[in-house]
Design a protein around this ligand. Structure first.
Ligand SMILES: NC(=O)c1ccc[n+]([C@@H]2O[C@H](COP(=O)([O-])OP(=O)(O)OC[C@H]3O[C@@H](n4cnc5c(N)ncnc54)[C@H](O)[C@@H]3O)[C@@H](O)[C@H]2O)c1
Length: 471
């Protein structure tokens, strides 16, 4: 009897410890996951009655896209400038906390011979901008924690939204974007510019044409030593965020292009991930000096492995602290070919994989090494994506990370003009952004597997393959 009581007492203690771990020790946002069959599973709210999927959603054509910009620090002004180079656009509003940032952007309009935009200054001024009835698109380039509140407010007021990366900082925020977009029938696109980078988009085209055979493994990263930049963020928002948050908090540059190549939620889906990180040395050192803190949640180097329903693996890395060259990895490993972007770009193929007629006479394919520089260039030209054929030249002139930023803005406006589905939908925004909280949660639980939520709520297999629509 006594033994039974002791057993019961121990069992209750264990359950209590488990519940505490379930309820309190989670990632970024709160009490929203459970442990099921050796896996951490985040809650997946059911779709509300009357709400419909945004897959392949197309709004009515908008002949002139009237846009308001929110967040005009380092990144925002470049976007304003790029929009002055687009046809069929009117810049109606410019919003920031600081008057000087609004004034700086008015100069771009003046230089382009465009009318002055209405200025909105203050932390809540975006609300007035979103409440206007002569604006179609709100373009958001604020710090991360303001992305979702501003995007939700804008969609609630009938505006399409484009949000800088990452669109959301937690799983709960990802669901907010999905639900608001589905309920309001407004586009919600994350501005993942690396999807349009010249190497990545060419590789996506090649992957979809089967050049690499069956893709088994892919890699992506954000490895960028930010030590020269920490002091430039408004109110120290970025170091402050990393000080509080563990995990791969900036995954989308490496992850987005890989997901596009693998047709995620277009016949394939992310199933689960595991994540591991190093201790924080340099992040902590910087934060001690700058913020006077003694703890820093974000590891100096974070590695995450993600599985797909098609039996593939994706490796992601995040490191914004250590001295090393910039690197987004971007690597595709297939049964018949291989692509790699950093530190040197190149392709490997098996014999017979490339069309004979494009190869120099007598050229021998070597499946152990990269193709020659000459063949690499031939391959890049031959498999250039149709969107790059159309716009690459102008994009390189306008600029923005070598042109990819302009390709992104051009495609956003083109699809809105022509009433087409956008290249990146709200499910991409959610799937790519949720990696922050999911990886943090795995790392906190000794790299325990975490299920990736299905933000399409079962529709991930309805469309086969990524399609960039043209009229
Ligand atoms: N895609 C890319 O290549 C790329 C490159 C750099 C930055 N980014 C992203 O762009 C965003 C901005 O980064 P940044 O480097 O320009 O930061 P920043 O600190 O230089 O600028 C942020 C701006 O947002 C403004 N802001 C903050 N809250 C606001 C609010 N409530 N209303 C209006 N304005 C507000 C601030 O005043 C500041 O001017 C981030 O999401 C970042 O991740 C993307």
């Amino acid at each position: 009897m006594k033994l039974n009581r002791l057993f019961l007492f121990c069992a209750m203690l264990c359950m209590g410890a488990m519940m505490q771990s379930c309820c309190c020790d989670n990632g970024i946002s709160g009490e929203n996951y459970q442990f099921k069959d050796g896996m951490i599973v985040f809650d997946e709210p059911a779709r509300a009655v009357g709400q419909e999927s945004m897959l392949q959603f197309a709004a009515d054509p908008i002949p002139v896209v009237r846009v308001g910009f929110v967040g005009l620090g380092s990144r925002g002004p470049g976007a304003v400038n790029r929009f002055t180079h687009l046809e069929g656009v009117e810049i109606k509003g410019l919003c920031d906390i600081e008057q000087k940032n609004v004034d700086k952007c008015q100069k771009y309009l003046e230089n382009a011979g465009m009318p002055k935009a209405e200025g909105y200054v203050g932390p809540e001024a975006y609300k007035q901008l979103c409440e206007r009835d002569d604006i179609d698109l709100i373009y958001i380039a604020t710090d991360w924690i303001h992305h979702v509140p501003i995007a939700v407010y804008a969609m609630e007021h009938g505006k399409h939204v484009a949000i800088e990366v990452p669109a959301a900082t937690s799983v709960e925020e990802c669901w907010q974007l999905v639900d608001t977009s589905e309920r309001t029938r407004r586009h919600c696109m994350m501005l993942e510019n690396c999807v349009y980078d010249f190497f990545e988009l060419t590789c996506m085209n090649m992957a979809h044409q089967g050049l690499f055979g069956e893709i088994l493994h892919a890699e992506g990263a954000y490895i960028h030593n930010l030590s020269p930049f920490w002091d430039q963020y408004h109110n120290n928002w970025r170091l402050d965020f990393n000080q509080k948050h563990r995990g791969d908090v900036y995954a989308t540059h490496g992850f987005g292009p890989v997901c596009m190549a693998l047709n995620i939620h277009r016949g394939n889906r992310l199933t689960h991930l595991v994540s591991m990180d190093t201790k924080s040395v340099l992040g902590l050192e910087k934060a001690k000096a700058k913020m006077g803190v003694t703890e820093f949640a974000n590891g100096d180097h974070t590695s995450t492995l993600i599985a797909t329903s098609s039996g593939q693996t994706i490796e992601l890395q995040h490191n914004v602290y250590t001295p090393r060259p910039y690197n987004r990895l971007y690597q595709l490993t297939g049964t018949k070919g291989f692509a790699n972007k950093y530190p040197v770009d190149g392709f490997t193929f098996v014999q017979g994989q490339l069309p004979e007629e494009i190869l120099p006479e007598g050229y021998k394919i070597d499946p152990h090494g990269f193709v020659s520089d000459e063949v690499k260039q031939i391959v890049k030209n031959y498999y250039q994506h149709p969107i790059h054929k159309e716009i690459a030249e102008q994009a390189k002139k306008v600029g923005g990370h070598g042109g990819m930023d302009f390709v992104m803005d051009y495609r956003l406006v083109y699809c809105l003009h022509n009433g087409l589905p956008l290249d990146q939908d709200v499910y991409d925004a959610a799937e790519w952004s949720c990696i922050g909280e999911l990886s943090a949660t795995s790392a906190k639980h000794n790299s325990m597997p975490v299920a990736v939520p299905d933000f399409t709520r079962g529709d991930w297999n309805k469309i086969q393959g990524v399609k960039f629509h043209t009229k």
